[in-house]
Ligand binder design. Structure first.
Ligand code: DQA
Length: 152
């Protein structure tokens, strides 16, 4: 049944605070609610997903580089704007990657307008709140389905 493989979903620092953290920017829902919805959607498709949140750059690098998966969806949160290590990990494993942000980083403070991964990912979805993750999941399914039909 698990014909399309596995999607790894990584949430960076402070995203464990969703629901309490600046709700006017990030919304009132919790990270667990997002993860549960992603798992529900995955269970309806032939795809396995693993979700992971960490506040530590090293743990995120470790996760990207040591887990087996077919596609990565990542919201590096504040590390988006600072982490050469996460960029290098994504380049190192060379797996299709989608970048996600709850807020539209391009209409916020100047320091948020620069993402260190935008130029190495397939695409970026930003500004749709929790829907950004669901749009990314849907894009991921389309990509994996087209890859799998290429190999048939
Ligand atoms: C964020 C945007 C980042 O600038 C910020 O540091 C975050 C969350 C977002 O999802 O909108 O923690 O990645």
């Amino acid at each position: 049944m698990k014909t399309l493989g596995k999607i790894l979903i990584i949430h960076g620092p402070n995203l464990h605070l969703l629901g309490k953290r600046e709700p006017e920017i990030y919304g009132n829902f919790t990270l667990d609610q997002i993860d549960q919805e992603l798992k529900l959607r995955a269970s309806r498709e032939s795809i396995e997903i693993e979700t992971f949140q960490s506040n530590s750059e090293g743990d995120i690098v470790e996760k990207i580089t040591t887990t087996g998966y077919n596609l990565l969806i990542i919201n590096p949160a504040a590390y988006t704007h600072t982490s050469v290590a996460i960029r290098d990990a994504i380049l190192g494993v060379n797996k299709p990657t989608l970048e996600v942000h709850l807020s539209n980083i391009y209409k916020r403070e100047d320091f948020r307008k620069k993402s260190l991964i935008s130029d190495i990912v397939i695409g970026t979805i930003a500004g749709f709140g929790k829907e950004s993750y669901f749009l990314a999941f849907s894009a991921a399914m389309t990509l994996l389905e087209s890859k799998s039909s290429e190999t048939k």
